[in-house]
Design a protein around this ligand. Sequence first.
Ligand code: NDP
Length: 331
Amino acid sequence: NRQIRLAARPVGEVKPEDWEHAEAPAAEPGEGEFAGRTRFVSLDPAMRGWLDDRPSYLPPVGLGEVMRAGSVVEVTASNHPRYQVGDLVVGTFGVQEQVVSDGRGTVRIDASVAPPSTYLGALGMPGMTAYFGLLEVGALKEGETVVVSGAAGAVGSLVGQIAKVKGCRVVGIAGGPEKCALLTDELGFDAAIDYRSEDVRKALRTHCPDGIDVYFDNVGGDILDAALARLAMHARVVICGAISQYNAESKVTGPSNYLSLLVRRARMEGFVVFDYAARYKAAAAEMAGWIADGRITVKEHVVRGTVDDFPATLQMLFRGENVGKLVLELV
Ligand code: NDP
């Protein structure tokens, strides 16, 4: 059973030496357990945070432990009452070829609803993040102006499209002309800003003449500052993530102009998607409906390889090399 384990705590960008490529004996399922073969591994920016030994919403991955990851496995042997050989199951099984699980925290995949990888994306954690972050934390109302950063990514591409379903004006911020064209031409965004080549403050003035009602932040740093400078009255700033800061070796850069929250009577609120777990089922059903009727287009970036390709694939997120949800399909 090939596994990727954490060998060292990274400083700054994760390096190949921070991982151990290990071989472990395959385990047999005990009473009430099933064994499975990994088919798809999820790559998530949050993984960078799980490598640091500091308090967070989950304990850090321990040195020598199999890297934590969401994945889809195919059941190969089962003593579990709910699962049979051949079933596809999604759960937090880690970066390894074979798993044994008692089924806690797992969900059976219904392949008639969506392909298995989508249960790691639009119907999984990123989809739930977009849904609850925008609708609950962002308290979105019809007709508002929404700006989302990381807009061509897993969460961001869904945030923008959900906002369109809700009758809002949507501006996406992403890196590069191809991603920006995708947002406006394929995903129905009203405008896109290429933060690599444009002055984001100026572009927000152009595209949000009446200000931003909801700013959904995936990246932090200078882009957060630029959005804060353009808030409408009673705006909501949703702190979903700050990928521009995850590899920071020194202090995280905070917004220098947070007093715009005072002037605009706005609020800024962070959230962790896991707090909404009791409501995932209903939200995923609604999302599946939007996908089925064509109102939401699912973008996935599937890299085919082995678990040994996990470290290099993870780095793609920090270089902006993915479009939509990044997954590693084990072949
Ligand atoms: P994405 O699919 O959006 O991939 C990451 C993207 O971030 C890249 O494609 C890249 O796009 C962009 N990026 C990378 N580095 C930078 C940088 N320095 N500055 C600006 N943009 C950068 O990932 P996810 O959709 O999975 O995650 C998006 C965010 O949501 C992350 O911050 C993540 O931590 C957060 N998250 C939070 C959750 C919560 O519960 N709060 C749950 C799940 C995710 P580009 O080419 O446009 O730069």
